[in-house]
Design a protein around this ligand. Structure first.
Ligand code: SAM
Length: 273
């Protein structure tokens, strides 16, 4: 398959040069120009028949057009950069019934209002806002069938990290509390224009049927933030302000945040009720 012609549309490089889409660092722009690679990412999501895909940051449209090549019912892309909105007219013309483009800031947008269920979020995320975007979606995770997302490798490693490892932290606990997490594959920095400083990794997040253990979001967030805010300190110190009876919860006060499982964090969070 020629990377430039699998859908018969103009090569991405032509779109980028015609609309002068010089990458803006402030918008985390690193474009994937290899359509074979974007198609590989799209296929990672499995069978998309009947699924409405919401994409954040289509840029010149490399991943967007790969998703449009699948059986996805529709693709709704949210983009902040007006230049890309203009450039993506070629995809609106090619897929008038299945492709919708929204100009706006994904951080200020409730993605679940953009399409009916089943919904899947797919994106090569702008790295400067990847974590706040993910946290926002996790708060309402039941709205989504799943997520196929590209992060910088270090962040991907945090998402899947297990206790007693350096990468285990707030993001690991909050994500794994609500989702199954899986690393799919790495993408070399040279695949991007311009190349970012770090490697990238595609990750699949699949919401669990319910959280690993019950707890209120706000309580979980407060406990986890406090514990990892002083990750080298014992819990009796890092959680002091909550005045919890740790022994009554079966958690020794000499343990540290990175030794606690997600289920143990949830039991601490429930104690705040
Ligand atoms: N999907 C394209 C690709 O794979 O080549 C572009 C990915 S680039 C890493 C991130 C994209 O997100 C850029 O197009 C950028 O303009 C857009 N973006 C950055 N911040 C955004 C935000 N807050 N809301 C929506 N889009 C944003």
């Amino acid at each position: 398959m020629s990377g430039e012609s699998f859908d018969g549309l103009a090569p991405l490089r032509d779109i980028v040069s015609q609309f002068e889409l010089g990458a803006l660092k402030s918008l985390g722009q690193n474009f994937l120009m290899d359509l074979n690679l974007t198609y590989r990412i799209a296929r990672t999501a499995g069978d998309l028949a009947g699924v409405n895909v919401i994409e954040v940051g289509p840029g010149p449209g490399g991943l967007t057009r790969a998703i449009l090549k699948t059986d996805a019912a529709s693709v709704i892309s949210v983009e902040r950069d007006g230049r890309c909105i203009e450039a993506l007219g070629y995809l609106k013309d090619a897929y008038p019934d299945r492709f919708k483009l929204i100009e706006g800031d994904a951080l200020e947008c409730d993605l679940e209002t953009l399409a009916p269920a089943p919904r899947r979020v797919m994106a090569n995320l702008p790295y400067n806002v990847a974590t706040p975007l993910l946290i926002g979606w996790l708060k309402n995770v039941d709205a989504y069938q799943g997520f196929t997302l590209m992060f910088q490798k270090e962040v991907a490693e945090r998402l899947v990290a297990v206790p007693r490892t350096k990468a285990y932290g707030r993001l690991s606990v909050m994500t794994q509390w609500l989702c199954e997490t899986k690393i799919e594959f790495n993408i070399d920095r040279k695949a991007f224009t311009p190349p970012p400083k770090v490697m990238s990794t595609v990750v699949t997040l699949t919401p669990r049927r319910g959280p690993q253990a019950p707890a209120k979001w706000d309580h979980m967030e407060r406990i986890v933030a406090a514990a990892f805010g002083q990750r080298r300190k014992m819990l009796r110190q890092s959680l002091k302000s909550f005045a919890l009876d740790l022994a009554a919860l079966g958690i020794e006060e000499t343990r540290r945040a990175e030794e606690l499982s997600v289920v143990e964090f949830a039991s601490l969070a429930r104690a705040l009720d």
